[in-house]
Structure formats: structure tokens, C-alpha cells
Design a protein around this ligand. Structure first.
Ligand SMILES: Cc1cc2nc3c(=O)[nH]c(=O)nc-3n(C[C@H](O)[C@H](O)[C@H](O)COP(=O)(O)O)c2cc1C
Length: 176
């Protein structure tokens, strides 16, 4: 099975390497797509090493000008997972913005889509974020988490990324 893993700008971005490892161990072919924000939190080198695949961020390779064909990639995937999904990316997905490769892939993909939000408690409970999440659910997207627990800000509350093993189990059950 083939999965597109979108990684966005969240402090929990490092957990995407663990998710990738679990997926690879379960036999998935993983193509990681990192937003520019995501690359502030985890390097392409870490994710390409664990996924055994080059990580994509740009619409095209700036050296060669070659297009990272998002239409082909979107159709290649059996499942698309975005984990962690930032408030910014959730807003873009809910409203059809596609100024980055990941968001264009989301619009082009016809496979099931799973989004795992991660953010601080008050961000998660903000009316605009809740409105965008409702829109994603109405669009047929599966939402996993977030969980309650200790957050990077030090607050104990909602917004913690679902645990990597829970995310991977969810996907495994979903496809079986
Ligand atoms: C230290 C730090 C931690 C952040 N953690 C989060 C987070 O967990 N969730 C979130 O939605 N935004 C978080 N942000 C803000 C995002 O990185 C920012 O909105 C970014 O533009 C997201 O871009 P992307 O959605 O294109 O990846 C954080 C910013 C900083 C500086």
C-alpha cells in the first residue's frame, strides 16, 4: 500500500519520523511531503532516511526545473495522511488554497484522506479552527485526535497530536 504523508509546521513535527517508521515497518511505501513550515521543525534528511524516499516540498526541483507532478503523485496514493496538521494547513484544506505542493496534492487526491491536527489548546478551540474541521468532516475527511495532555506551551489541554501508534493502527484498520 502507498501513502502520502504530509507534515506541516507544528512542534510535534518530530513525531512524523516515528509515524513514518511504523508505516514502513508495516509494509507501506511512504512518500513524505513537507510544507515549508514543516521543514522548520523536522529535516528532509531525517524523513527521507526513515521513509527511504526523497522528501518533496516544492512544486518543482529548483535546480532542474522538473515538475514534481502533483497530479500523478496524488493518484499514486492509496491513502493520504497529514500528521501533524497545523491550524494553517487545516484552514487551507477547508478553503481550497493550494499555494504549496501538499495543499495541491490534497485537492488532486481521490483516495481517502486522514488529518491529525496538532496545536495549542486555545487554537484548537478557536471558532475558526472548529469551523474548518467541521468543513473537512463534511468534505469526507477522517479526523484523528487531537488528544488531551501536556502541550509544548506547558498548558495541559486539548490539541496534542494523536500518538503515532494510534495513528498507524487507525490507518491499518481503515484499509483492512
Ligand atoms: C515553536 C512553534 C511551534 C508551533 N507549533 C504549532 C502547532 O503545534 N500547531 C499549529 O497549528 N501551528 C504551530 N505553529 C505555527 C505554524 O508553524 C505556522 O502557522 C506555519 O505557518 C504553519 O505552516 P504550514 O501549515 O504551511 O506548515 C508553531 C510555531 C512555532 C514558532
Amino acid at each position: 500500500m502507498k501513502i502520502l504523508l504530509g507534515v506541516t509546521g507544528s512542534i510535534s513535527g518530530y513525531k512524523s519520523a516515528v509515524i513514518t517508521r511504523f508505516l514502513v515497518k508495516n509494509g507501506w511505501e511512504v512518500q513524505v511531503v513537507l510544507t515549508k513550515g514543516g521543514a522548520q521543525f523536522i529535516t528532509p534528511l531525517s524523513l527521507s532516511t526513515v521513509s527511504k524516499n526523497a522528501v518533496l516540498t516544492e512544486f518543482y526541483d529548483p535546480k532542474t526545473g522538473e515538475w514534481n507532478n502533483h497530479v500523478h503523485l496524488a493518484h499514486w496514493a492509496d491513502v493520504m495522511l497529514i500528521a501533524p496538521a497545523s491550524a494553517n494547513t487545516i484552514a487551507k484544506l477547508a478553503n481550497g488554497f493550494c499555494d504549496e505542493l501538499l495543499h495541491a496534492l490534497y485537492l488532486s487526491a481521490v483516495c481517502p484522506k486522514i488529518v491529525a491536527p496538532a496545536m495549542d489548546h486555545d487554537m484548537w478551540h478557536h471558532a475558526s479552527v472548529q469551523r474548518n474541521v467541521k468543513q473537512l468532516l463534511a468534505d469526507g475527511v477522517h479526523i484523528i485526535g487531537p488528544e488531551k495532555g501536556e502541550l509544548a506551551s506547558g498548558i495541559n489541554g486539548d490539541g496534542r497530536l494523536a500518538e503515532p501508534d494510534a495513528i498507524v493502527s487507525f490507518i491499518q484498520q481503515f484499509v483492512s
